[in-house]
Design a protein around this ligand. Structure first.
Ligand SMILES: O=C(O)C(=O)C[C@]1(C(=O)O)C=C[C@@H](O)C=C1
Length: 235
């Protein structure tokens, strides 16, 4: 029996086989159990709109043994049938995804799925964000990974630009609040206990920075906000 694998764009006729690969692969993966019964998964996959996503299948002996499901900016799923794993099928599908999305793309992987995370890291993906899982169906912590494309500097910089815009918005709201609270305070002095509390709460959200660094950042934000709020300052 040949184990040669070929790739092609999926057609609607492939969707039932794709659903079976998905169900079988999820069963053995280091993932939380699926929350939808198999029949619902089959209906869901059967309804994929192939005009809005690129679904590629890997075939071996005329059988679908893996697939990659790509939106314009996300790898929405890449699964290989358990019987066809460890033969490079997943790597081939990742390489197709890269060639289709040379500017880069992201994916979400469950934090507990160490083999998948190692696989994507080995393929040049970087872990960028983590969640506690409260926003996904399985309620399981997950990790956002990004392949930064053929021009990683440009890709990361454009992501930085997006985040900086959010940071600017958050900073503007924070400055406005520091200013507003001064008008309703009895004492105009700084409150070290309150600031320490702010530091603890912020540090809990960004554990990778640690409390000392966060304290310096929070101190700078509060000091500069108070300075900008001084009545003699031009607004
Ligand atoms: O909560 C207050 O009392 C504030 O004045 C606000 C604030 C802050 O911006 O978080 C600013 C200065 C104080 O030292 C503590 C906190």
């Amino acid at each position: 029996m040949s184990t040669e694998t070929s790739l092609r764009l999926a057609s609607r006729a492939d969707l039932p086989a794709i659903a079976e690969v998905y169900l079988a692969a999820r069963e053995v993966a280091a993932m939380p159990p699926g929350v939808h019964p198999p029949a619902d998964v089959r209906t869901w996959v059967g309804g994929w709109d192939l005009a809005t996503r690129d679904v590629w299948v890997a075939e071996s002996d005329d059988r679908v043994v893996g697939f990659a499901n790509l939106t314009p900016t996300w790898l929405d799923g890449l699964y290989v049938d358990p019987g066809a794993q460890r033969r490079g099928v997943g790597s081939t599908l990742v390489e197709v995804a890269k060639s289709l999305r040379p500017d880069g793309f992201g994916l979400w992987v469950f934090e507990m799925n160490a083999p998948a995370r190692a696989f994507y890291r080995a393929h040049g993906f970087v872990e960028l964000e983590r969640t506690d899982g409260s926003a996904n169906e399985e309620r399981a912590p997950d990790v956002k990974m990004v392949w930064p494309g053929v021009e990683p500097l440009a890709c990361f910089r454009s992501m930085i630009d997006e985040v900086d815009e959010l940071l600017g918005d958050v900073l503007a709201r924070r400055v406005a609040l520091t200013r507003a609270v001064q008008d309703v305070k009895i004492s105009s002095g700084r409150d070290a206990a309150r600031e320490a509390d702010v530091v603890r709460r912020v540090a809990a959200v960004v554990p990778e920075l640690g409390e000392e660094r966060v304290a310096r950042i929070v101190h700078a934000i509060i000091t500069e906000s108070l300075d900008a709020a001084r009545p003699d300052r031009e607004r």
